[in-house]
Design a protein around this ligand. Structure first.
Ligand code: RB5
Length: 363
C-alpha cells in the first residue's frame, strides 16, 4: 500500500511520527513535502499534491498535517474523490473510516502530540468501511462533485457524467411511460454525449494543413484505433451513438447468457476485430447491475488479446462497479448515472427496468 503525506509548517512536528508508524507497517510513504519548516508555507499546496496523487492513482490514501487538520482537509476535499477529515482521537478515526470511508486523514500539530499518532493511524487503517447506507450517501456526494472523475472504494476509476443535458435525458429514459422509439433515440443520444469524455485520452499528433490563409500545424488523433464492443443485446442500443461521432471505429459483438443453474455468465457469441490487441476497446453494456456479464465480457476480450479496455454504461450500481473493479481494477468505467443499489431480483434501483426489453419492446 502507498500513502501520500503532506504537511505545512504547523503540522511538521508530527511528520516523523507518521513516517515511523507507516513504515513500521511496511506501508510505502510518498512524501510530497514540505521538507523543511517555513512559516510562509501554506497548507494548500501539500493538500492539493496529496489529493492529486490519490486522484491520479499514484497513492491509495493520504495523511495531511497542519496546525489543526482543518484547513488542509478543506483544501483536499476540493479534489473529486477525496474524503478528508481532521481526527484528534482514535474514536474519530474509527467513525470516519467506518461511516465515511475517509481516504485522507488530517492531523493537527497543535491539537495532538506525536505520541498520539500511532493509535489514530492504526485505527483508521484497520477499521473496515461499513458500506450499506453509508455507501449510498457517499455515492450521492460523488454524484454532485463537479469534475467527472471519482475514485470509488474498491480501487478502480469510474467517471460519472453530471452534465445537465445527460442528466436531463437520463431522467426521461428512466420514465416507464417513455416509448420504445424515444428510448432508442435517447440511449443513442446519451451515448453520443458521453463520447466527448470517453475519448479524452486518445493520443494526438501534429499534422500540417493549408488553411485558405496559410500553412499551419493542427492536431490529429494518432494512428491508434477504436473498437466498440456491445454486449448483446442491450449494448446494441449504444452503438450508433458512438459511430455517429467516430464512424471509423470497428464493432465487435459479445453474447452472454446466464446459466440458470450456476447463475454464471456463459459465452454464446464472440466476434471481435482481428487486430483487437492494437485498439482502444470500449465495451458497451447499458446496465451495470451485478457486474457479472460486464466482468465476463471484459475477461473474454482480454482472452482474445484486448489490452486497453474501458466499460461504458448508462446506469451503474455500486455492486456492479465493485465486481468489475475487483476482477479488472485497471478498467475505467464510464456511466451516465450512478444509482443507489440492487433490489432482491438484481435490478438497479431506481434504474429503468430491463434495458433490452425497453429498447426492443419485448415486454
Ligand atoms: C497555520 O498557522 C495554521 O493556520 C494551519 O496550519 C492550519 O491549522 C489551518 O487550518
Amino acid at each position: 500500500m502507498k500513502i501520500a503525506l503532506g504537511t505545512d509548517h504547523a503540522g511538521f512536528i508530527l511528520k516523523s511520527a507518521v513516517v515511523d508508524y507507516l513504515t513500521s507497517r511496511n506501508i510505502e510513504v510518498v512524501d510530497l513535502g514540505a521538507y523543511i519548516v517555513d512559516e510562509e508555507d501554506s497548507y494548500t499546496d501539500p493538500a492539493f499534491r496529496v489529493a492529486g496523487a490519490i486522484a491520479d492513482g499514484e497513492a491509495e490514501a493520504g495523511v495531511l498535517l497542519c496546525g489543526t487538520g482543518y484547513g488542509i482537509s478543506i483544501a483536499a476535499n476540493k479534489i473529486p474523490g477525496i474524503r478528508a477529515v481532521p481526527c484528534d482521537t482514535p474514536e474519530n478515526a474509527r467513525i470516519a473510516k467506518a461511516h465515511n470511508n475517509v481516504n485522507v486523514i488530517a492531523l493537527g500539530g497543535r491539537t495532538i502530540k506525536p505520541s498520539d499518532v500511532p493509535e489514530i493511524l492504526k485505527t483508521w487503517l484497520d477499521t473496515p468501511f461499513e458500506g450499506g447506507r453509508h455507501l449510498r450517501r457517499l455515492n450521492k456526494i460523488a454524484m454532485v462533485e463537479k469534475s467527472t472523475l471519482n475514485v470509488i472504494q474498491g480501487g478502480g476509476r469510474i467517471t460519472i457524467f453530471n452534465h445537465p443535458l445527460i442528466q436531463h435525458k437520463v431522467g426521461i429514459i428512466r420514465d416507464k411511460n417513455t416509448s420504445v422509439k424515444q428510448f432508442r433515440e435517447l440511449l443513442q443520444e446519451i451515448t453520443g454525449l458521453m463520447v466527448y469524455e470517453i475519448t479524452r485520452n486518445l493520443p494526438l499528433t501534429d499534422k500540417k494543413v493549408d488553411t485558405p490563409i496559410e500553412a499551419t500545424t493542427v492536431k490529429t488523433i494518432e494512428g491508434r484505433k477504436m473498437a466498440i464492443v456491445p454486449v448483446l443485446r442491450a449494448g446494441l442500443g449504444m452503438v450508433d451513438g458512438i459511430l455517429q461521432l467516430v464512424p471509423n471505429a470497428k464493432v465487435g459483438h459479445i453474447g452472454l447468457y446466464r446459466d440458470p443453474a450456476t447463475l454464471e455468465p456463459v459465452e454464446y457469441y464472440c466476434k471481435l476485430p482481428f487486430d483487437i490487441e492494437e485498439r482502444d476497446i470500449f465495451i458497451l453494456d447499458p446496465m451495470l447491475a451485478t457486474g457479472g456479464s460486464s466482468a465476463a465480457a471484459i475477461s473474454l476480450v482480454k482472452k482474445r488479446g484486448g489490452r486497453r479496455i474501458s466499460l461504458v454504461c448508462l446506469i451503474a450500481a455500486p455492486e456492479g462497479i465493485d465486481k468489475v473493479h475487483s476482477e479488472h481494477p485497471e478498467v475505467e468505467i464510464y456511466s451516465a448515472a450512478l444509482d443507489s443499489h440492487l433490489n432482491s431480483h438484481g435490478y438497479i434501483v431506481p434504474g429503468l427496468g430491463d434495458a433490452g426489453d425497453r429498447l426492443f419492446g419485448t415486454k
